[in-house]
Design a protein around this ligand. Sequence first.
Ligand code: PLP
Length: 429
Amino acid sequence: MLKSDRTEALFAEAKKYTPGGVNTSIRAVDRPLVFARASGSKTYDADGNEYIDYHAAFGPPLLGHCNRRVNQRVFEVLEKIDLIGVGTTELEARVAEKIVEHVPSAEMALMCNTGSEATHHAIRLSRAVTGRRKIIKFQGCYHGWHDYVCMNVITPADRVGKKDPCSAGMLQEAVDNTLVVTFNSLEEVEAVVGENHGEIAAIILEPIPHNIGCVLPQQEFLEGLREICDKEGIILIFDEVITGFRHNLGGYQKICGVTPDLTALGKAIANGYPCAAICGKKELMERFATGGGDVFFAGTYNAHPLSMAAALETIEQLEDGTVHEHIFDLGSALREGLKELVARYRVKAHVTGFGSVFVVYFMDPPVNSYTDLLRNDSERDMAFRWGMVDRGIFMHPMCLKRSHVSAAHTEEDVGRTLEKAAEVLKEIA
Ligand code: PLP
């Protein structure tokens, strides 16, 4: 058993001053967790227990925790400048230039702090440009906490096919104007677009819905969305907050060859420093008020030198391709190893993922949409996750959540992970 005395005491303290003791609702899991240190592929809790970390803060530290070169660049920049809040800096211009260089849809970019801001701006811009109110999102995709999109992510079975707002207090008009469709179903998209002809401003999607693990997109689906958007004058928004930088410097759009009109970026862009961006076609981006347009865009901390330094260093470290080669290799070794174990112990499970991302669903394939995932055995899923955590392998202890490999993970980490997974899967079987 892991030591937990100090963790429990500190967590009890945290709960006195912060509701639930955590600052994001899905950081609350079934047990108290308090972390004290992170380095490379490892995290350490308040009792000194070491974990190989695959949770990776939901994805940002692509180069590994506390990457020395990123931190050094940040310190160097902060010796010289902090937030100025008027005009611009050379750093922010250089980060935008890098985004434009690498991301196919990016002709221009604007920096903000969170993925939620990026998707909010993208949708508001789409409404301004088209003069339409409705948007389409997909069941299982998460695009942040704001009223436009905060619905139908991990929806209970009896609410699938209905509106499932994630929060009380959401504006009814926002909920009404967000239409929810099944991922990978072009027929459903066509039907909804047909029923709402001339009223849809944008279609927003995670090109791979990673908020429910890893549901792989059918190529015809992504191409079909592009065609529908072109035909109907709808803005296509790829939310690449997870897939951007993690799967390719150019995002998943670079891999699938489908170019959206607007892209939201975040998470891995600055290896864990708070940074996000919206980018896209020049003619759309120029509608933002920063360029004299009529779509408001603001944020006290936008393009903070700290985040810009981290983003620039992260992007530069990714440019020669070796990081992606390494994390894709380890990702596939983990998937192959887990598949072999699942077969060896005859566990009803489906191991999947993409690149550095992997997930074990406790069900048979196929997995084409969230509806398929309703067959996931949540009891086994949780038993697997906690079994791994208890053995020093941190996979987020919440059903359907994906795991991530970073540049700091090693073959030795993979070997240890598979050894522990063998013990847990044997127990589950
Ligand atoms: N979009 C996607 C695909 C995400 O996974 C997330 C967060 O998990 C967001 C947007 C929102 O980003 P943030 O939490 O930085 O606001």
